[in-house]
Design a binder for this molecule. Structure first.
Ligand code: NAD
Length: 352
């Protein structure tokens, strides 16, 4: 039995992953396969119990359904979550049991790396199933590190948001970037090339310093980056950074970044709306990575990936226009658009 909090769009299927002796290793959730195979990464993380793990997996899988639908991909949403054992464990064996579970689903679920897993892990998974992406890219083909693509999509989303809210170009604004990691780093380089003024913070200050030296950014204390004097705030570190405590203190007119689940709750989207802060919904802005993963799985080229990632800009513009027309927060409009895409596809399936 699952709590009603996940009730509005329940998952199609939940599959247990076991160790062969009945021991629980994790779950694979197929949230929606209406648009195609359920695609989403494999998380290896510590959870207090099976229920907490399963609820997180369902939430993450649903997020992937929405993200993939809004990215225009021929994929539904899914997620695998594995319980990270305490102490030493046989990582290879765990990944092989996982890979066998993926293989048994016969392509209904496609995996890739996520928090706690990396390229090497997916190579191990590849020894038991072909339904995996996020491996090294061949020359000219899609694949490899998704973070440059994620950064490019965020840049395009931010460009549209700055234009819609302020009537300005990126060259005419300051951007406060939270997190100088993979995506934050690429985003800062792209923004520097556009001529934007940059403010950057990272919990690891040396990372922020190094990125500042490279891009001309000003380093800011990590604890207060959300309050920096900049037109744009770009969360590229953790989730849940936008809540009832941080939103009243924001000085930005636009929020556009890469972090997943930036809003602590859906109501925080309404708080941003009430303050006239234009929020670029996270899963629409940060889809570049999954676009690259999907293209790798389908055997497409890097050129095809670029076109689809750049399309995040016009998609975001359409979303903002609809939010404006309907007087609704952008996160609500994004969810409705995603659900509509899935409902249309389900309708078309039934009609055949
Ligand atoms: P990363 O681990 O490379 O970088 C995150 C950075 O944030 C690190 O440098 C870390 O020190 C810093 N950080 C952590 N806590 C902080 C804090 N409180 N204040 C300031 N900095 C802090 O991760 P990444 O791959 O760059 O991903 C960043 C975010 O974007 C994550 O939320 C991730 O889920 C999301 N995302 C990433 C991709 C991708 O392609 N990598 C795709 C979609 C979404």
């Amino acid at each position: 039995t699952l709590p009603h909090t996940i009730g509005d769009t329940p998952p199609e299927e939940i599959h247990l992953i076991e160790d062969g002796r009945g021991g629980f290793l994790g779950v694979i959730v197929l949230h929606s396969t209406v648009l195609g195979p359920a695609a989403g990464g494999c998380r290896l993380w510590h959870y207090p119990d099976r229920e907490a793990l399963t609820i997180d997996a369902i939430r993450l899988a649903r997020g992937m359904s929405y993200k993939n639908a809004m990215a225009g991909l021929p994929f539904g949403g899914g997620k695998a979550v594995l319980q990270c054992p305490e102490g030493d464990f046989d990582r290879g064996a765990l990944l092989e049991r996982f890979a066998e579970a993926v293989e048994r689903l016969g392509g209904a679920y496609v995996t890739a790396e996520d928090v706690g897993t990396a390229v090497g892990d997916m190579e191990r998974v590849r020894t038991r199933t072909a339904h995996v992406a996020g491996l090294r890219a061949a020359e000219g083909m899609a694949g490899g590190d998704p973070s440059p693509w994620t950064a490019l999509g965020v840049l395009e989303a931010m460009r549209v948001a700055v234009h819609a809210r302020l009537g300005k170009d990126l060259a005419d604004v300051a951007v406060a970037v939270q997190g100088a990691g993979n995506v934050g780093g690429h985003l800062c380089r792209l923004l520097a090339a556009e001529g934007a003024r940059l403010i950057v913070a990272d919990a690891d200050e040396r990372r922020a310093q190094a990125l500042a030296a490279e891009t001309g950014a000003r380093v800011f204390p990590a604890a207060s980056i959300a309050e920096a004097d900049a037109e744009v705030f770009a969360p590229c570190a953790l989730g849940a950074v936008l809540d009832r405590h941080s939103i009243p203190r924001l000085r930005a007119a636009v929020v556009a970044g890469a972090a997943n689940n930036q809003l602590a709750t859906a109501e925080d989207g309404a708080l941003l709306h009430a303050r006239d802060i234009l929020y670029a919904p996270d899963y629409v802005a940060n889809a570049g990575g999954i676009i690259n993963v999907a293209a790798e799985y389908l055997g497409e080229t890097a050129g095809e990936v670029e076109g689809r990632v750049r399309a995040i800009g016009p998609r975001m513009r359409a979303l903002f226009e609809r939010a404006m027309r309907e007087g609704l927060p952008t996160n609500i409009v994004a969810d409705r658009m995603a659900r509509q895409i899935m409902a249309n596809a389900a309708g078309a399936k039934h009609a055949h």
